[in-house]
Design a binder for this molecule. Structure first.
Ligand SMILES: Cc1ncc(COP(=O)(O)O)c(C=O)c1O
Length: 388
């Protein structure tokens, strides 16, 4: 049996007819950028997330940049995040002239460690007479925290928000992998990505909600942030050829992606349930001392964008699985603070032990909404057999 890492084919067979009809309509109208399909997506995605606004844009990376700009993160400021994430998280920080600073992750959830965040704020930073925060070592202002809801699991937001309030930090969320992930706070379930000033989502094809090309969106409750992001994503213009901001860029979403996403969004919850069902089968069958399974802490709903386990000798394991036609992934094999391009940030090996240990031992197993019990069985049997 062949088990792909993700099966977009099954997903697209389900929506093909509707998408074909909409594509034909868009081609007939020859109106490809923005327009009614994108507007509809913005309304329905905001509605889905429970926010007042959603601003569609060209990618998750663009969404992060817009979200940071909208939160007011600026030149020379420091943004606290994690090194165990996709590179776009820090690319976006750097793109607004700010500096990423890292704190370690939690071993069990792979998300930012609230303890390490508190330690960094209390021990490495200093509150200034005006209430602002500076990094004692770099002397730069520390103005924001950027939690990443990695793999489809929400960060433990309540203590993060409490620390952000105490240290007057802005909160910008990277929810690129977490469409539909829930977190309960004050007795209410809320969508990951909706806790801070702005939350960024990616609609890259393989995401839980993905287009047939690149796309992204930022959600916010603030009308002024919404207005500014709309302006920046379209060359800083308020209307055609009227440029009110020099910070604009082309970060628009196209109509074809808007249309695809409108067809897919009503199915997102069902597809997430499909992922959760596959995760449940994995959990049952992989109870083994050699395997560390993902966790779903109380009050959180995991949407398993990827199903990540820790296993001994993971490269050999992944090769053996590949020999049995089972595709696996590594999310992500090298911590960002150890990457050549980010050496200039000044970190050394050993500074973020949990992030580094995760990068060395994780393996992402096949995971997609239409995964069958037989496919999960096949993967589990193979994995248990090849594990050292
Ligand atoms: C955690 C995270 N942040 C940001 C992004 C960037 O999204 P995009 O690829 O749509 O630019 C991704 C996408 O892979 C991601 O996984």
């Amino acid at each position: 049996m062949k088990v792909p890492f993700a099966d977009l084919g099954a997903l697209h067979r389900e929506v093909r007819e509707e998408v074909d009809a909409l594509f034909a309509e868009i081609i007939d109208q020859s109106s490809f950028i923005g327009g009614p399909h994108v507007k509809k997506l913005e309304e329905s995605f905001a509605d889905y997330c429970g926010t007042r606004f959603a601003v569609a844009c060209a990618s998750g990376t663009a969404a992060l940049k817009l979200a940071l700009m909208a939160a007011g993160v600026g030149q020379g400021e420091e943004v606290i995040t994690v090194s165990h994430t996709f590179v776009a998280t820090i690319e976006a920080v750097i793109s607004v002239g700010a500096h990423p600073v890292f704190v370690d992750i939690e071993k069990e959830t792979y998300n930012i460690s609230v303890e390490r965040l508190a330690e960094f704020l209390e021990q490495e930073c200093q509150v200034q007479p005006d209430g602002g925060l500076i990094n004692k070592h770099s002397k730069r202002p520390v103005t924001a925290v950027l939690p990443v809801h990695l793999y489809g699991l929400s960060v433990d937001m309540e203590p993060v928000l409490a620390l952000a309030e105490r240290f007057r930090l802005k909160v910008v969320e990277d929810a690129a992998q977490a469409h539909g992930a829930l977190y309960s706070m004050d007795g209410k379930e809320r969508q990951a990505g909706t806790f801070g000033q702005a939350g960024a989502f990616s609609f890259y094809p393989g995401k839980n909600l993905g287009g047939m090309g690149d796309g992204g969106a930022v959600v916010t409750d603030d009308p002024e942030r919404d207005r500014r992001m709309r302006c920046w994503r379209d060359h800083g213009q308020s209307e055609k050829y009227v440029y009110v901001s020099p910070r604009g860029w082309n970060m628009r979403l196209d109509a074809l992606q808007g249309a695809v996403l409108n067809v897919k969004l009503p199915r997102l919850n069902d597809w997430n349930e499909g992922r959760r069902q596959a995760a449940g089968w994995y959990m049952e069958r992989l109870q083994d001392d050699r395997i560390v399974l993902p966790v779903e802490p109380a009050g959180r709903k995991h949407v398993y964008h990827v199903f990540v386990v820790r296993v001994p000798d993971r490269l050999r394991v992944s090769e053996e699985l590949s020999g049995r036609e089972i595709q696996t992934g590594l999310h992500y094999p090298i911590s960002l603070h150890l990457q050549e391009g980010y050496r200039y940030l000044g970190y050394k090996a050993g500074e973020f032990p949990e992030a580094e240990a995760a990068a060395e031992s994780i393996l992402s197993l096949p995971m997609f909404p239409h995964m069958t019990e037989e496919q999960v069985d096949y993967v589990c049997e193979a994995l248990l057999e090849v594990l050292p």
